[in-house]
Design a protein around this ligand. Structure first.
Ligand SMILES: Nc1nc2c(c(=O)[nH]1)N[C@H]1C(S)=C(S)[C@@H](COP(=O)(O)O)O[C@H]1N2
Ligand SMILES: [Mo]
Length: 318
């Protein structure tokens, strides 16, 4: 049985995204405990070149979070609620064979095999990632623009949104068979079509020049760098074009806390904590050691994306 300590109102056991820490995490952090090593699967086709030129898109000046932190401090509730669960409990997960079905309001619905997707040109994108829990990382993703995939299926004029769905596989994902009903499965997410078509929006199939580890959403996950991390749905099996705003997992869980848009916004606090600043993970001492830094509007991508929301009230449409 898990004991949740700080700040731990009893409901935190089923109210995730709170700034609680379990006793286990605190002990592990205090002891600087080394977690089990991870054997990286082979590189995706096409990624080798990028590994040779890590600076490809790094004119950003961003310093990537150490690989160890990127792969051992995760949110992936299908494997459990603890930050260490995804790394420790995803060993039985097999991201092969795998297909991604792309359908709905499109002229040419298609089902893609993951290995075919990996043969397309891949690029490195070094992005900030800001979790709604007020911690952040910088992650060098490998992937391709979602809009390139969407163009292939030819969205109909009536399509207004894109709905995403994660895999359901309780036999390999211990969090899906868990007793705490935190989220309903599958995990679902959504974007407005123009957000999905924005060139910053990618499907990631790797990080740090390697195939995506299970705990980061193998074999393919969404990355939308100006939004809170929970929009970046992992282990995607279906992408559906629709004319209705899709249901999203965290909004279904607590609509007053997690909006559909979920744009990073330091001026709009979460009902239970401030969003004005964030704790960079791995920047000298992990969760406890790092100093806070200010959170940027749209996570620093405002110049590119603010226009998508012209005329909207971002306090109401959070
Ligand atoms: N299917 C699924 N996708 C998910 C989650 C999840 O629990 N299940 N967690 C989200 C949250 S809250 C965050 S912050 C990011 C974390 O991604 P990372 O572990 O690769 O850093 O994944 C998001 N995608
Ligand atoms: Mo998150």
């Amino acid at each position: 049985m898990r004991v949740f300590r700080y700040p731990a109102p009893p409901s935190s056991a089923i109210t995730p995204h709170a700034l609680w820490l379990s006793r286990r995490n605190m002990l592990a952090a205090a002891a600087g405990a080394g977690l089990t090593g991870m054997i990286m699967p082979p590189r995706p086709a096409g990624a080798a070149d990028l590994a040779a030129h890590p600076g490809a898109l790094s004119g950003t000046g961003l310093k990537p979070t150490p690989l160890r932190d990127v792969t051992h401090y995760n949110n992936f509730y299908e494997f459990g609620l603890e930050k260490t669960d995804p790394a420790e409990r995803s060993g039985a997960f097999h991201p092969r064979p795998w297909t991604v079905q792309v359908d709905g309001m499109v002229a040419k619905p298609r089902t893609y095999d993951i290995d075919a997707l990996l043969t397309r040109p891949l690029e490195e994108r070094i992005y900030r990632m800001r979790c709604v829990e007020a911690w952040s990382m910088v992650i060098p993703w490998i992937g391709f623009a979602l809009r390139d995939l969407l163009a292939e299926v030819e969205p109909l004029g009536s399509a207004k949104y894109v709905a995403f769905e994660s895999v359901v596989r309780p036999s390999e994902m211990p969090g899906q068979g868990g007793v705490l009903p935190v989220l309903d499965w599958p995990y679902v997410e959504g974007l407005r079509l123009d957000e999905a078509m924005h060139p910053l929006t990618i499907l990631a199939v790797g990080l740090y020049g390697q195939t995506l580890p299970n705990q980061n959403g193998a074999p393919i996950r969404l990355v939308v760098p100006w939004k809170y991390g929970f929009k970046g749905i992992k282990s995607i099996v279906r992408i559906r074009l629709t004319d209705r705003q899709p249901r999203t997992s965290w909004n279904l869980r607590a609509s007053d806390e997690y909006g559909f848009y979920a744009n990073v916004n330091p001026a709009v606090d979460h009902p239970r904590w401030s969003q004005a600043s964030e704790r960079p993970i791995g920047a000298g001492g992990g969760f406890f050691g790092a100093a806070r830094q200010p959170t940027l509007p749209f996570n620093g991508y405002g110049e590119q994306v603010a226009g998508l929301y012209a005329g909207m009230d971002l306090r109401r449409d959070f």
